[in-house]
Design a protein around this ligand. Structure first.
Ligand SMILES: Cc1cc2nc3c(=O)[nH]c(=O)nc-3n(C[C@H](O)[C@H](O)[C@H](O)COP(=O)(O)OP(=O)(O)OC[C@H]3O[C@@H](n4cnc5c(N)ncnc54)[C@H](O)[C@@H]3O)c2cc1C
Length: 399
């Protein structure tokens, strides 16, 4: 049975992340955002609170929290700024939980443990200049030479590209299957920044999540030991999709935080701002926007909680996680847009945070499955044309 009450530990976590965000980040976020500056000093603080290895078991250096706690962390971080939640999505969600589920014991010891402890930062590299939604269109290739793979390719739009130490990378190991666009020819690898032939850069033209780092990286004949192959050869596509189940979950919970932030800022402003002799919160059309934010917040929270519950129970959740991600990101765009509207012209200036929410929310309607891709998936589930099947490796349930 789903219990909607947070446990004492979860409630304490929620409170401590909320207080940390309000104290350490909120006072500086406008400046960081204005200066397009990622502040690396935030990472050790997040590590100290156990957030970087949030749902990784303690035996692998993590904080040993359950998956609902990961959702709580994501919601609270995005309440302050999307850039913080993105760190959790790529590092803790897409990368660490994938290594936990698919990695060998050796990979867990060499990569997962330092990542969960926050000594190393990790991310996920699937997207390329010519392939996003269409994963089979990636051009990265990994050619086996003896006991090593030589990887060549370029990944673009990668969160923390210029910050991360370790990269979960996807490329074709079967070139015949590449020609046929058969995804069972794709494999997954761990690539270290320090490997020869690796280079990265930051994308300067981005207009949202400005306090976050996004960029690209190139691999030119990067030699990767075969011990860094994640899963079996040809399992890369499945691993990429598995990782998205974890990343999308954090995006869903994060978008829920952005809706709440939009709602709270709007309520504050609507009670203060007067027109026609009354606070604008007295106008029914303003109330309508607030009511929509409230219902979107509550519905989004229930959806990610359900996905978190399924993860804790060790049950398949691709469908539920995808629905949570789709619904809450679209709702966050509506909430942020209405928050700007409620602020009138003031919402159009960065003196108020709602303009930042509006710029930040859009990314999540694009990454980790665009709105359209999620719509198609949910339609196919409803039509019975798509079903979730067990994968060879699953997220360990919470006992
Ligand atoms: C801020 C940010 C951070 C990101 N971080 C990462 C990261 O860390 N790692 C990573 O690998 N990637 C990352 N991405 C990339 C992201 O995952 C891709 O942008 C996303 O998958 C969409 O791919 P695309 O941009 O190539 O769009 P396209 O796939 O080219 O799509 C363009 C448009 O066409 C629509 N479309 C495409 N196919 C269909 C279809 N079959 N039916 C209907 N409509 C369709 C899409 O919905 C979209 O509206 C990030 C992106 C952003 C913006």
């Amino acid at each position: 049975m789903i219990d909607l009450d947070l446990t004492e530990e979860q409630a304490l976590l929620e409170q401590s992340v909320r207080e940390w965000g309000a104290r350490e980040v909120a006072p500086r976020i406008r400046e960081l955002d204005r200066e397009h500056r990622f502040d690396p000093k935030i990472l050790p603080q997040m590590a100290d609170m156990g957030l970087l290895g949030c749902s990784v078991p303690t035996e692998y250096g993590g904080a040993g929290m359950d998956y609902i706690s990961l959702g709580i962390v994501s919601e609270e971080l995005e309440y302050v700024d999307t850039s913080l939640r993105v760190i959790i999505s790529v590092h803790a969600g897409l990368n660490c939980l994938t290594l936990l589920s698919w990695g060998t014991e050796d990979q867990k010891q060499r990569y997962l443990v330092p990542q969960a402890q926050g000594q190393k930062i990790s991310t996920y590299g699937l997207t390329e200049p010519d392939a996003g939604s269409d994963v089979r269109g990636i051009q990265t290739v990994a050619v086996k030479r003896g006991d090593r793979y030589s990887i060549t390719g370029e990944k673009m739009w990668i969160s923390l590209a210029d910050v991360a130490d370790n990269f979960l990378v996807f490329g074709w190991t079967d070139l015949e299957k590449k020609k046929q666009r058969d995804p069972s020819g794709i494999s997954a690898f761990i690539v270290e920044r320090g490997f020869k032939g690796f280079s990265s850069s930051t994308l300067k033209e981005k207009w949202g999540i400005l306090a976050g780092n996004t960029g690209s990286f190139k691999m030119e004949d990067v030699e990767v030991p075969e011990e860094n192959l994640v899963g079996r050869p040809g399992e890369g596509f499945k691993i990429a999709m598995f990782a998205l189940d974890q990343g999308r979950y954090t995006v869903a919970a994060g978008a829920t935080g952005l809706i709440r932030a939009s709602r709270d800022a709007s309520i504050r402003y609507a009670k203060e701002r007067k027109t026609f002799g009354v606070p604008i919160s007295d106008h029914q059309l303003v109330k309508e926007m607030l009511a929509q934010m409230e219902s979107d917040y509550q519905a989004s929270r229930l959806l990610w909680l359900r996905a978190g519950f399924l993860k804790n129970a060790g049950r398949r959740n691709t469908r539920e996680t995808g629905l949570a991600k789709w619904f809450s990101t679209v709702a966050s765009e509506r909430a942020a847009s209405d928050a700007v509207q409620i602020h009138g012209a003031n919402g159009y200036s960065d003196e108020y945070p709602v303009g930042r929410f509006y710029r930040n929310c859009k990314g999540a309607v694009i990454y980790e499955g665009t709105r359209e891709i999620h719509k198609l998936m949910q339609a196919d589930y409803a039509l019975g044309a798509r079903q979730d099947r067990p994968t060879r490796c699953e997220l360990p349930p919470i006992k």
